[in-house]
Design a protein around this ligand. Structure first.
Ligand code: PYC
Length: 320
């Protein structure tokens, strides 16, 4: 399997460009479900140690359903599949530019939750027009172990988010372990209270917001992704969810710029236009850099060929 690694605003994306699993026929959503049920070893093998680490997001390039799209993309992280991924989309755009498969201009990428449009400005800079994002619940309060009563909004930005205006601690890098623990407790409390996205969908991304540090930024965030890793970038789908909340509160007008800063200080420039169904169509601009090209090997006698602690290792062997 051949992969290209990039990072977008500090958050890594590992794109499978050759040798990915054959997911058969069907819609991209059906093939994504098959990737999860029948090929979960790929996720573990690529993204967990010893080849990866818990913040990595994978991108599997597939034929799109819509021939007008440049590619289909299935995003995943070590914990499972994710719907859309803003930083991953910018990472894939930089990867395809690196491969000479796309040049500056507008391209459409298909994801299992919808088609996004990517405007590649140069080899590293891309603007993503995301799927329609919307707030579905406002001011939801929940009792959280160690934090007390926490209130936030539920919003869809291509993944489900709980957005807390108040962070339990200053959004500083030295607080990352404590912020991670606090966000994990919020996620547990939401699940316990049955607070969910549409159709009972799990809210698997938690965001805390606070004042920005960089001049020119409007807000700083900390985002816990599914599993235990935080987003090093300002989170493209999380920024989309934030724009939906700002719009719903009348706090940001269509076209007005919003600069979202991440916990590591990287930024996305964003704005939105009204969507057709009462939500917003977010636009997120960021930069990605290719950092490596790797041929992965899976030696049959390597006990960790599909990851440390992987359920796909049977008695130290087995697996794939
Ligand atoms: O940028 O949308 C994003 C994202 C989701 C999970 C990690 N990054």
């Amino acid at each position: 399997m051949r992969v290209i690694d990039s990072h977008t605003a500090g958050e890594p994306t590992r794109t499978i460009v050759e040798g990915g699993p054959d997911l058969g026929a069907g819609t991209l959503a059906e093939r994504a479900a098959r990737f999860e049920s029948g090929h979960a070893w790929v996720r573990r093998a690529l993204l967990t140690e010893p080849r990866g680490f818990d913040a990595m997001v994978g991108a599997l390039l597939c034929p799109p359903d819509d021939p007008a799209c440049e590619t289909g993309i299935i995003f995943f992280n070590p914990a499972g599949r994710i719907g859309m991924c803003g930083h991953g989309t910018i990472g894939v755009a930089a990867t395809l530019a690196f491969l000479g498969r796309i040049g500056p201009g507008t391209h459409r990428f298909e994801t299992p939750v919808g088609i996004v449009s990517v405007d590649l400005r140069d080899a590293n800079t891309a603007t993503v027009e995301n799927i329609e994002s919307r707030r579905t619940q406002a001011g939801v309060a929940v009792e959280v172990k160690g934090l007390g009563r926490v209130s936030g909004d539920v919003a869809w930005g291509g993944n489900w988010f709980f957005l807390c205006q108040e962070a339990p601690l200053p959004l500083a890098m030295e607080n990352i372990p404590a912020l991670t623990e606090a966000a994990a407790q919020v996620r547990t409390a939401l699940a316990r209270e049955g607070i969910a996205g549409d159709g009972g969908a799990e809210i698997d991304h938690i965001e805390f917001f606070g004042p920005p540090v960089s001049a020119g930024a409007d807000s700083r965030n900390f985002t816990l992704c599914p599993g235990g890793a935080y987003d090093r970038s300002p989170c493209g789908t999380g920024t989309s969810a934030k724009l939906a909340c700002l719009d719903a509160d009348g706090a940001l007008a269509p076209g007005e710029p919003w600069v979202q800063e991440s916990i590591i200080g990287s930024t996305y420039r964003a704005h939105y236009r009204p969507g057709a169904n009462g939500g917003v169509i977010p636009t997120i601009e960021g930069q990605a850099f290719v950092v490596g090209e790797t041929q992965l090997h899976f030696a049959p006698d390597d006990p960790y060929r599909v990851g440390i602690g992987s359920p796909f290792l049977v008695g130290g062997g087995g697996g794939r």
